[in-house]
Design a protein around this ligand. Structure first.
Ligand code: OAD
Length: 247
């Protein structure tokens, strides 16, 4: 770990008014949740177009639900990582702290974060395909596949954003607004390939925010980052936190 860069990151955070954070699958990797890209990523084992598109769901809802049921089974067994815990703690410490996540696993909330913008939805929520009502569902495994809406009997779908679908406009507007107004944005554990989330740090940078990236591997965002901390979220975030305590 680059100790000087960690120290500078801690100083920037200490001096910042509004801190925004964008997380991706990498922050949950140390919890044991598979990421999407990379050597052991989900998209290496499965074809996204067969499992994570509206067309796939229309063609074979059972297959799609079985895949989500499997992922819910993995996530139900794991605990938040040191990265999740540190961010939850920072929400308490810093007066203006916004967490934007692409993750659907709910681990930020499990760690205690409260103010979370879940851009891609939540795997523990289901949506009625007829009435669009969103409810929580924690059954593992699901009682029936595909599950039916208890109110109207129509099929339920996972309340997640699939490829080819738009993000919730209000949520996205808020995420861009917060990115434009923050003083610093931490970008943690995302390959920065998926839009529009990958544009949020660029919006922040355009508006003068400092960008701090935490990722063991460089990404397309690395060249825009003021500080690139090449390491695991569960190591780098606690290291920064340790320095915050000292002053
Ligand atoms: P990816 O799987 O694309 O990228 C994960 C990133 O985490 C990579 O850049 C890794 O280098 C990094 N990483 C791995 N271990 C890490 C660790 N311990 N600490 C920090 N970083 C680590 O995941 P996302 O960028 O989140 O969309 O993917 C974006 C979207 O693509 C997902 O939300 C999902 C997917 O298709 C939907 O489901 C709509």
């Amino acid at each position: 770990m680059d100790k000087n860069a960690i120290k500078t990151a801690a100083e920037i955070l200490r001096d910042s008014g509004h801190i925004a954070v964008l997380t991706g699958a990498g922050i949950s990797a140390e919890s044991g949740v598979p990421t999407f890209r990379g050597e052991h990523g989900l998209w290496k084992q499965f074809r996204a177009e067969e499992l994570a598109t509206p067309e796939a769901f229309a063609r074979d809802p059972k297959l799609v639900w079985e895949w989500y049921d499997w992922r819910r089974g993995i996530i139900a067994k794991v605990e938040p990582s040191r990265g999740h815990w540190t961010l939850a703690k920072w929400e308490e410490i810093f007066p203006e702290f916004t967490l934007i996540t692409q993750n659907v696993d709910g681990l930020h909330a499990k760690a205690g974060s409260k103010n979370i913008l879940e851009l891609h939805g939540n795997i523990w929520k289901v949506r009625c395909t007829k009435e669009e009502a969103v409810t929580e569902n924690y059954a593992v495994p699901l009682n029936e596949i595909p599950p039916a809406c208890p109110v109207c009997g129509a099929m339920l779908r996972p309340h997640v954003v699939w490829f080819g679908e738009s993000l919730d406009a209000d949520l996205l507007g808020r995420a861009f607004g917060l990115s434009a107004s923050c003083d610093v944005m931490l970008v943690i554990g995302t390959s920065a390939f998926v839009q529009p989330a990958a544009s949020l740090p660029l919006r922040a940078a355009e508006n003068g925010a400092k960008i701090i990236e935490i990722n063991p591997a460089p990404t397309p965002l690395t060249s825009y980052a003021d500080i690139s901390l090449l390491g695991k979220a569960g190591e780098v975030l606690p290291a920064i936190d340790g320095l915050l305590q000292k002053e």
